[in-house]
Design a protein around this ligand. Structure first.
Ligand code: ARG
Length: 579
């Protein structure tokens, strides 16, 4: 593919100018401003920095060695040392035809496939999943899907919170105030109620607190009754989580909760102590990071005063297990911003403990969802909003839109379409934001048919599909067959070039999504793609064109639909044929 070929020509040029450079670090990306070119390389600046040379001189030197072989015209050095390229129109038609022949869909499989563990969603047992978990689930799923599409291997792991001091209170409440009938109907809600009630009792009555502690000790020492109750709590919670995952079309390769690592915790702390990494401090065991500028004042606790291990200990054991079991090149954790310190400590402690490890550790953190009042998103009565109800409401609202737009559709289609629109809107609103900014939740905005929303993109897709409903399927089959051996796509009009350029950016955008764990790049890309398509469709008649032009344009429509569908799929969003 042309952009990837440009990249490899550039890498060759860099190597011949600077034989010691690492060519894999030389990348091209779509030019942020099309005025200056189609692609831009800004990796030469880092190269120059490493060699202590002037970046513009380095860029000029690389240019002397560069031969684009007709793929693009005269690259330019710009700004502090960028290279801007314009691709040639011939080369552009060529990639389009390759894609129509089925050779690729504008992305490439990497030369070196990597392996990843993606830790996401990870809700807590006996607590309902709320909107805070939504971002982790949606982001994690999208990152995993993109990695997989590009050929990497992924283990997705749902690290559920199924261990900890809360189980003392839960066990005490289960035995004293559980409403069996409510448990049957809405298990997690009932457990949550029990927990809150016991918590209140504890605040007023020391003896209850003591009783809860005893229940916890009994659980930890393997008491049969408490183990059994604890297991039912997990089972009931997982049943409810799974129903939501199924609705959201989210899947995990493994669900290894915190409790899975229990047997390793004591020996782990001992090991850290023996190695001089953890030390005693006021009865607890701490890891100090004296030479770490950021963590100097934030030691990590790995054993509490009462001897119990904690979240940190479990995460150390988890990471060790993951490295041993899957040998990942990278582990990605998707959680909210409040856990940043935890993960900094975890990564630093782990590297001290396993100095030879090569694993890359990434905390892909995200901000919060705000209500329209700018405060954390809550129900009117101030409760946290539950994920399942949120999805119900979105689907219901989508249904109203469908009723208005296309009331003749059969009942069954209306139901399917509203579901996909409703789910898509929630997912897209979340993914569209740079994950590190807080965003304001707004039904109106996310369900709007005009604007940067899932319904808009799903609608754009249906518009393309409707073109194909207006031609004879047999004719289309013939065109597809013909396209296998002939170059059917001829780009002539400016709108066709623009659309084709946008299409061929797809793979580079996916690479950027992975590099930064930011699916919002893909959202912006798809939105622009839909815009390019709308301009093309407005200016370039498809069905009324001359036969050769019609074939070419139908092929362009087909490729656009495929990229839209594939792109939305990576965001966890399904397309529909009509709406
Ligand atoms: N259960 C945790 C929470 O709800 C998230 C766990 C994230 N993963 C991890 N390995 N710590 O906050």
């Amino acid at each position: 593919m042309i952009n990837f070929k440009i990249e490899s020509h550039l890498q060759k040029a860099v190597l011949s100018a600077y034989p010691d450079a690492d060519p894999t670090r030389i990348l091209i990306r779509p030019c942020p401003d099309p005025k200056f070119g189609d692609y831009q390389c800004n990796s030469l600046m880092n190269l120059a920095k490493g060699m202590k040379k002037n970046p513009r001189d380095v860029a000029a030197e690389v240019l002397k060695h560069l031969d684009l072989g007709g793929l693009g015209d005269s690259p330019e050095v710009a700004g502090p040392g960028f290279l801007n390229f314009r691709i040639s129109r011939n080369a552009l038609s060529h990639v389009m035809n390759e894609a129509f022949k089925g050779e690729h869909l504008f992305y490439r499989k990497p030369e070196a496939v990597k392996s990843f563990v993606v830790d996401f969603s990870s809700p807590n047992v006996a607590k309902t999943m709320h909107v805070g978990h939504i971002r982790s689930t949606i982001l994690g799923e999208s990152i995993s899907r993109t990695l997989r599409l590009l050929g990497h291997s992924v283990v997705s792991d749902n690290h559920i919170g199924d261990w900890g001091t809360q189980f003392g209170k839960l066990l005490y409440g289960w035995k004293s105030i559980l409403d069996r009938e409510a448990l049957e109907r809405k298990p997690v809600e009932e457990m949550e109620r029990v927990y809150k009630a016991v918590n209140q009792q504890c605040e007023q009555d020391e003896t209850v607190l003591e009783a809860c502690r005893n229940e916890l000790v009994r659980l930890q020492s393997g008491d049969t009754e408490n183990r059994k109750i604890w297991e039912s709590m997990i089972q009931l919670s997982r049943g409810e989580f799974d129903r939501i995952y199924q609705r959201m079309d989210v899947g995990f390769d493994v669900t290894l909760g915190e409790s899975f690592y229990n047997d390793r915790l004591i020996s782990l702390v001992n090991e850290l102590e023996d190695a001089g990494i953890a030390e005693e401090s006021k009865g607890a065991r701490m890891v100090f990071f004296n030479d770490h500028p950021e963590l100097k004042n934030n030691p990590a606790m790995v054993r509490k005063k009462d001897g119990a291990a904690n979240y940190m200990t479990t995460d150390l054991a988890t990471l060790e297990y993951r490295e041993k079991t899957w040998q990942p090149d990278e582990v990605i954790y998707v959680t909210d911003s409040r856990q940043q310190l935890h993960f900094k400590q975890l990564f630093a402690a782990y590297r001290r403990w396993k100095p030879d490890t090569k694993v890359k550790l990434t905390h892909a953190w995200f901000g919060s969802i705000l209500g329209e009042d700018g405060k954390p998103f809550k129900t009117r009565t101030g409760k946290t909003i539950r994920l399942s109800l949120l999805l119900d409401e979105s689907i219901e609202r989508a249904r109203e839109i469908i009723e208005q737009k296309n009331s003749e559709l059969p009942e069954e289609s209306k139901e399917d379409i509203s579901r996909e629109i409703g789910l898509g809107a929630v997912k897209y609103a979340d993914l569209l934001q740079n994950r590190q900014t807080d965003y304001t939740f707004s039904w109106e905005k996310m369900l709007a048919l005009n604007g940067n929303t899932a319904p808009y993109l799903q609608y754009a897709y249906t518009r393309i599909r409707s073109i194909f409903r207006r031609i004879d399927p047999e004719d289309w089959k013939t065109i597809v067959a013909q396209g296998k051996s002939e170059d059917l796509i001829i780009l002539e009009r400016e709108e066709e070039f623009q659309l084709a350029k946008q299409l061929i950016h797809f793979g580079l955008v996916l690479e950027k999504v992975i590099e930064e764990c930011r699916p919002n790049h893909l959202c912006s890309y798809l939105y622009e793609l839909a815009g390019c398509f709308a301009r093309f469709y407005e200016h370039c008649p498809v069905l009324k064109a001359e036969p050769a032009e019609k074939r070419s344009r139908l092929a362009i429509c087909d490729l656009t639909a495929k990229v839209l569908c594939q792109g939305l799929n990576l965001l966890g969003i399904n397309t529909v044929e009509q709406m």
